[in-house]
Design a protein around this ligand. Sequence first.
Ligand code: CTP
Ligand code: CA
Length: 222
Amino acid sequence: MIAFFQPKTLRGKRMLITAGPTFEAIDPVRGITNLSSGKMGFAIARAAQEAGADVTLVAGPVHLPTPRGVRRIDVRSAQQMYDAVLPSAALNDVFVATAAVADWRPASLSDHKIKKDGNKVAPTFELTENPDILAAVAKLPNRPYCVGFAAESHDLLKHAQEKLVRKNVPLIVGNLGPATFGRDDNALMLVDVQGHRELPQADKRTLARQLIEEISKRLSHS
Ligand code: CTP
Ligand code: CA
């Protein structure tokens, strides 16, 4: 009902969103991943759809229902997420990167389960860096309005400001974890070149709506 009366501030806009963690396989039965429920990204997809946007959600492995009217692409690894995002990113008006992308993946993938086999020495794994999806989209010639997220354990403002510059994006949304991961509420800090502003503790649905309104305002001014 609320959605029905929500102003359609994103009517005619296309939004691409990444959400959830990525999973980087070591062998067929194990891998490395990040802590992320995907709830914030899914809430943003829902709020954007309710605000009239045409929304595509690229989701890592999560256990969440697809918001109504949202196009969903399921992926597992960071490379798959990159491949799902990059070709169509510039066709969008907005790109919101909420995904907790694994920064590294095992340099080689074993096609069989690595066995203990009575070895006394634990295996070691060489890691290689994954592509930075947000930074790559931000470098596109006809780039969409890019919003990055920064989940930090400390010094939130400092790290968010540093990411704003390093990724060359107009808006970074910071939040402190890991206490907030998987929960239904959170507090966000919006960081741009002008300064920073807090969206105080609220459920993720409310925060998603507030963030969508912020993004709509910024789009209409850009
Ligand atoms: N991101 C991405 N692709 C990656 C890594 C990060 O798209 N390979 C995006 C995230 O979705 C988020 C933003 O970049 O929107 C910041 O991610 P974060 O992990 O906080 O930053 P990093 O640059 O990876 O730095 P670090 O993990 O060292 O803090
Ligand atoms: Ca990272």
